[in-house]
Design a protein. Sequence first.
Length: 295
Amino acid sequence: MKNIAVIGAGTMGNGIAHTFAQKGFKVQLIDISQQSLDKGLATITKNLDRMIAKEKISESDKSETLANISTFTNIKEGVEYAELVVEAATENVDLKLNIFKELNNLCSEDTILASNTSSISITQIAAVTNRPEMVIGMHFMNPVPIMKLVEIIRGYNTSDEVTNTIMELSKTLGKNPVEVNDYPGFVANRILMPMINESIETLYNGVAGVAEIDTVMKLGMAHPMGPLQLADFIGLDVCLSILNVMYEGFKNPKYAPCPLLVNMVMAGKLGVKSGEGFYDYSENRKAENVSKQFL
């Protein structure tokens, strides 16, 4: 397997493209927006420069990695020679289903179709194709070039052969793959998102402030990042989407999103990506609590 197509040039997509390209794979990075592709390549370049500064790679490594990436705004052209397609579009069910319907028609019958979804059913995604045995989940962690874990999610019909292929491929990338079954939120987010949601509830109920909640979890539980800061990093809109998927999937009130989270997303306070979330990410980088106005 040498040719990998990645759909979506956002945070996860460009990180996945970077990771494959750095390991010598030919990567076709696809996005409907040329601006997003340009931004994605700029991010990859910046991250490679950071690795050079830390003496983890050489200038030659950087050049070879960038040379391995081609960009496309036309999905048909981008997936033409792909042996594996990794979809990393926005966490939206309808969007992902439409992409996989299109991939089913455009890709050769032996192409493996993978989704980087963090919560949506692989079985549901596979059901819109005529090759459900070839559909699998590859849930990378952010930042992709650094984080070692990849959740490998088997849909109801995913074959053993495809699962084994993707497990071994993940190891080739220097990752530690963990096979899990197809339930809402899988393992990572089924455990993580209720913790983040409870942290937001704790703030919402006035138990403590943002910095205090994060400090307790960092110093008391040895977390490298507090849950509210992590939510900002993930994107509050993504957190809300995942919680909604789990709430609908399990019909259990413990997964119901906190009203504060809902209000912040409606107000466009999405975290790092929007410049404001539980902290202020404007140019002066003040770590101010901006959530009080939504309480």
